[in-house]
Design a protein around this ligand. Structure first.
Ligand code: FES
Length: 193
């Protein structure tokens, strides 16, 4: 190989002076990517927060709802069923005065207090009915039975007694019930969010 050919084959190595410039360019690009990412993600995170907001607000509410008046619950120890009506908010949509469930109210002879039981069966969520002949509740779906006080009658597919609800007698004679729903199919009474 001639001297001239050997010169042509020499590879030019980058000079050390070029490195700071390359580093600056790299850092500028990285900074641009980070700023661009922040600019995109911030409104996105705000959007997700707004989207989930109704769900958060819904989980925070469990209020006393007016169900009936004391005169509608005779003190004869026999439960009566009442619809629970409320303005319902389905995450993003509001529905005025809709039935959202049912309760049984019962008052013993001479007693001022009223007992409130959710009409929803703790086994799988069917509506429990009154079995007048046997003085008990019975669920039509899988035949769970409960006493009028809400206790299980064995053998029972239901894993727990009927769910008692907090109840108040207001000064104007209205009965209000703290409306809550609970997970079905489990032994413990666990409030649904
Ligand atoms: S849902 Fe009531 S017994 Fe199954």
């Amino acid at each position: 190989m001639s001297k001239q050919s050997a010169k042509n084959l020499l590879v030019r190595l980058p000079t050390t002076e070029a490195e700071p410039g390359q580093r600056r360019a790299f850092l500028a690009k990285a900074a641009a990517i980070v700023c661009g990412g922040l600019a995109t993600l911030t409104p996105l995170a705000a959007g997700v927060w707004m989207f989930l907001d109704p769900l958060r607000r819904r989980a925070a509410t469990a209020s006393f709802l007016p169900v009936t008046t004391t005169t509608s619950v005779p003190d004869d120890g026999v439960p009566r069923q009442f619809a629970v009506v409320s303005d319902r908010i389905d995450a993003w949509t509001g529905f005025a005065a809709e039935p959202i469930g049912a309760v049984y109210l019962c008052r013993q002879q001479g007693a001022a207090e009223v007992q409130a039981l959710s009409a929803t069966c703790p086994h799988a969520g069917c509506f429990v009915q009154i079995e007048a002949d046997e003085n008990c509740f019975r669920c039509p779906c899988h035949n769970s039975k409960f006493t009028f006080a809400g206790s299980m009658v064995a053998p029972s597919p239901s894993p727990r007694a009927m769910d008692a609800l907090e109840c108040r007698l207001e000064k104007n004679g209205t009965i209000t019930v703290k409306w809550e729903t609970f997970y079905t199919g489990v032994a413990g009474k666990v409030t649904r969010p």
